[in-house]
Design a protein around this ligand. Structure first.
Ligand code: AP5
Length: 216
């Protein structure tokens, strides 16, 4: 299976993507996580990306397109992949199509997570992540058992720099301007599905599994 999950910041792409990968054995490729890793390792690319990310803007296409091609062709992706956060504009979607056809691959599902704006801000401003294993929590919706500590590995929990309210507003603006046009790009393709991402995590997961499995 080759899947793309797209939707606004906070729609639940990461939350649901991790779960799909754990349940199916395909790999979860999260562009934002890859970029944050490059930032924390202070690679040349990470240094370049940081300013864009902190400002809530998209990192230049040339940078992210190069990173994705290296990832989808590695042996771990042989069973399939779920792309989360890529593509994020029409130029990236076209580049993805070209690279997939170069490797004789195609997208089986493109799923749009449709969530209302009020919820997005609430989800993002309450998000907590584990510094050690990256697992995600939410202050209210899925709080850790011990405050500030990851349930899975005991690592320290932190808030992302771009989950400050002013940066969230900018990210939503960039989404409307650059990522929302992907709806037009994908919605006429047979692989396209739209799901309501406003419910609880399990509810949204069930809808997503149904959207992936349903061939009608
Ligand atoms: P990225 O990390 O991809 O951020 P994003 O797209 O803004 O998405 P988020 O990770 O914020 O949200 P999500 O939909 O994954 O929500 P989550 O599941 O975590 O990108 C960050 C930056 O990197 C970008 O701004 C850009 O600068 C750069 N970048 C990345 N990709 C790029 C690209 N292709 N091109 C150029 N630049 C790129 O959920 C959020 C919270 O809500 C969590 O706390 C979760 O627990 C909670 N939650 C989730 N679902 C539910 C639910 N159903 N009910 C209750 N709570 C829920």
């Amino acid at each position: 299976m080759h899947i793309v999950l797209f939707g606004p910041p906070g729609a639940g792409k990461g939350t649901q993507g991790v779960r799909i990968a754990e349940d199916t054995g395909i790999i979860h490729i999260a562009m934002g996580d890859m970029l944050r890793q490059a930032v924390s390792e202070q690679t040349e690319l990470g240094v370049q990306a940081k300013a864009y990310m902190d400002a809530g803007k998209l990192v230049p296409d040339a940078v992210v397109i190069g990173m994705i091609e290296a990832t989808i062709t590695k042996p771990e992706a042989a069973n399939g992949f779920l792309l989360d956060g890529f593509p994020r504009n029409v130029a990236q979607a076209e580049a993805l199509e070209t690279m997939l056809s170069r490797h004789a691959l195609k997208l089986d599902r493109v799923v749009f997570l449709d969530a209302s704006e009020g919820l997005l801000v609430e989800r993002l401003s309450g998000r907590l992540l584990c510094r050690a294993c990256g697992f995600g929590f939410h202050r209210h919706y899925s709080p850790p058992r011990e405050a500030g500590r990851c349930d899975r590995c005991g690592g320290e929990l932190y808030q992302r720099d771009d989950d400050r309210e002013d940066v969230i507003v900018q990210r939503l603006h960039v989404y409307e301007e650059q990522t929302a046009p992907l709806l037009d790009y994908y919605s006429h393709q047979p692989s396209f599905r739209r799901i309501d991402a406003d419910g609880g995590m399990d509810e949204v997961y069930e809808r997503l599994v149904e959207a992936i499995q349903n061939t009608d």
